[in-house]
Design a protein around this ligand. Structure first.
Ligand code: SAM
Length: 267
């Protein structure tokens, strides 16, 4: 069953739309809200973790734009447009920043294009992160990204949607080898607590989507493919370079439950 947006099946939940629901968005359907409500009701902290992840991403993009001088971003598994999108954060700090959004869900393409209609430094492509070569050589990517200059590769809340047999580290290795020195990679990832909450969360996601892995800090570190991990290393998302207490929104307990974030320079 499809709705008015091309290719969108509203009879099955989608990761992008469930996440949108957890973040308080409107681009979701009953089938997505049913799964979202299971997380909200049975796994307290889910909403806080989603916000915490998003806020860490915003801080990362800001730091990359302000501290590294990087002006090119590829945001893999970018999700539906939300309050503060990567291009808005990057261009707020460096107006000439260019951003390629990548997502496999057709709803992201539809809503992304609507948002970006007047932004010629930003594009959105429908592609699978497991096929990095398709993304790398996509004409919209090569039109915006100069691979002779540093690139920020953003892998926020996407690699945990790749099962072990899909080799998420190979995705990072591919991009590491495509970008020049002074580039960086940002990863956030579900982080297992080896407890019944994270075990149950993994079970629900696998049962619903056939994917979803809560990995240990060690496993997440390994995803960086030998890149030098920057301070503060792999830590809960809320603890990753938090702003001053005044700036940190109050998002309740559990915010540091399963988010884990790190950044790495190419060199
Ligand atoms: N990156 C955003 C963030 O951190 O807020 C959104 C993360 S959302 C949890 C995961 C996104 O990854 C969804 O939009 C989903 O459609 C997308 N996704 C899942 N598997 C994918 C794949 N194999 N290739 C591309 N996108 C994928």
């Amino acid at each position: 069953m499809a709705d008015g947006v091309s290719g969108v099946d509203v009879s099955k939940p989608s990761i992008a739309r469930v996440y949108d629901y957890l973040l308080g968005g409107k681009d979701n359907y009953a089938v997505d809200r049913a799964i979202g409500d299971r997380f909200i009701n049975d796994m307290p902290g889910s909403v806080a973790i989603a916000y915490s992840n998003r806020q860490a991403l915003v801080r990362a993009v800001r730091d990359i734009a302000v501290q590294t001088g990087i002006r090119q971003f590829i945001d893999m598994g970018s999700g539906l447009p939300t309050a503060d999108n990567v291009h808005q954060v990057a261009q707020r700090h460096a107006h000439d920043s260019r951003v390629v959004y990548v997502d496999s869900d057709p709803i992201v393409l539809a809503h992304g294009r609507a948002l970006l209609v007047e932004n010629d430094r930003t594009t959105v492509i429908k592609a699978d992160v497991r096929e990095p070569e398709v993304i790398r050589h996509h004409p919209d990517t090569t039109a915006l990204i100069d691979f002779d200059r540093p690139v920020a590769v953003i892998l926020s809340a996407i690699l945990h949607h790749l099962n072990d047999d899909e080799d998420p580290a190979a995705v990072v290795r591919y991009w590491r080898d495509q970008v020049p020195s002074k580039s960086c990679v940002f990863i956030s990832h579900f982080r297992t607590g080896h407890n019944k909450e994270t075990t149950e969360a993994e079970r629900v996601l696998q049962a619903t989507f056939g994917r979803g892995r809560w990995r240990s800090d060690e496993e997440i570190r390994d995803l960086f493919a030998g890149l030098e991990i920057q301070d503060p290393g792999v830590v809960p998302a809320a603890s990753w370079r938090p702003d001053t207490v005044k700036d940190v929104p109050r998002i309740g307990s559990g915010a540091d439950g399963t988010g884990s974030t790190g950044g790495a320079d190419r060199e």
